[in-house]
Design a protein around this ligand. Structure first.
Ligand code: ISE
Length: 334
């Protein structure tokens, strides 16, 4: 029997998840959608067959014909909807961030611990990207020795006006924070942030440069520049005691044309991380079928947000700032 899924929020990401659930995700069936805009709900529903459209999000969660829920609605709704799913005993894949505040992250963890089941996954899709996974395997093989540096570049072609300098960190660099925690299997103890001068292409934000120090002294650098114009470009290099590994440019082919050799750069993250988004859904559904959990947990969502919060303080003060992480509950031990 397939896992019957409801999608809450049918904007750019929700609609893309709905599309992937219909045809690209074995074992999944899109059965319900919710969006306050009926046209957007109808467009997402059209990817499937006989998909119900619920005008109220909570009704989708309570729908007895829905086994699991994907939350892709606006950020402030993430925590309350995730908690409602947990209380209904339904697995939930929530787009990042897990919550709008650290307090709400804690409430999500509290709800899961009370229900004694790991039901929430945070949509940090890079954990399913073949490039980062190969990097993790290489690191584990021991061939490059112990890691010393992880250098990251996160450039978007363009970004909406509401993204200010803080959101460059909280909305974008948070991906590097999560993937660095995943690769290095360490938390961060301190962060320093330097803002570059404003690009003339973006009046309302500055590019940000983060220096994160892990509990064991590994240094992670992140350039976050959301107005790079030329495309969506994510780079990463892990430097160890005996060698280094980098993400290869993402297209599987390069070209030699008109006296130039090169490769195409994706327009946005959906194209760049297409494999990751597809595999994230496949593994989520496979894990539901077998009662496991995969991907970023609610703890990971909290740890990423707490680290990003320290980075925001570091940006405001200009000083190196400690990352204040609570003790990891035993429930999230592995
Ligand atoms: C966006 O919100 C995302 O989640 C993308 O994955 C990220 O790469 C991008 O920079 C963000 O703006």
């Amino acid at each position: 029997m397939s896992v019957r899924i409801g999608v809450i929020g049918c904007g750019v990401m929700g609609a893309d998840h709905a599309r992937l659930l219909c045809g690209k995700t074995p074992g999944a069936e899109l059965v319900a959608v919710h969006d306050p805009d009926p046209a957007r709900a109808a467009a997402a529903a059209a990817f499937g067959r006989d998909v119900r459209s619920h005008p109220i999000a909570i009704d989708l969660i309570k729908d007895h014909g829905v086994d699991a829920v994907l939350v892709a609605s606006p950020d402030p709704t993430h925590a309350p909807l995730t908690i409602a799913c947990i209380e209904a005993g339904k697995p939930v894949l929530c787009e990042k961030p897990l919550a709008a505040s650290l307090e709400e992250c804690r409430e999500v963890m509290k709800a899961e611990i009370a229900g004694k089941r790991r039901l929430a996954q945070v949509g940090f899709m890079r954990r399913f990207d073949p490039g980062y996974l190969a990097m993790k395997r290489e690191l584990r093989s021991g061939r490059i020795g112990d890691p010393l540096f992880f250098h990251c570049v996160h450039r978007n072609a363009v970004a909406p006006d509401y993204i200010d300098s803080d959101l460059v960190i909280a909305n974008s660099s948070v991906h590097e924070i999560d993937i660095a925690r995943f690769l290095l299997e360490e938390e961060f103890k301190a962060v320093t942030v330097v803002s570059a001068r404003r690009s003339r292409k973006a009046a309302n934000r500055q590019p940000q440069f983060l220096i994160l120090e892990s509990s064991n002294g590994i240094v992670v650098t992140v350039e976050a520049f959301l107005d790079a114009q030329y495309g969506y470009d994510v780079q990463a290099e892990l430097v160890g005691e005996e060698g280094a590994i980098s993400l290869a440019p993402s297209p599987p082919v390069s070209s030699r044309l008109a006296h130039r050799a090169g490769f195409d750069v994706a327009q946005d993250w959906r194209a760049r991380f297409a494999d990751a988004y597809r595999d994230q859904l496949r593994e989520w559904v496979a894990a539901i079928e077998t009662g496991r959990s995969v991907g970023s947990s609610a703890w990971d969502g909290y740890a990423a947000s707490a680290t990003a919060a320290a980075a925001l303080q570091a940006r405001a003060s200009g000083a190196k700032t400690p990352v204040a992480l609570e003790e990891r509950p035993a429930f999230y031990a592995s």
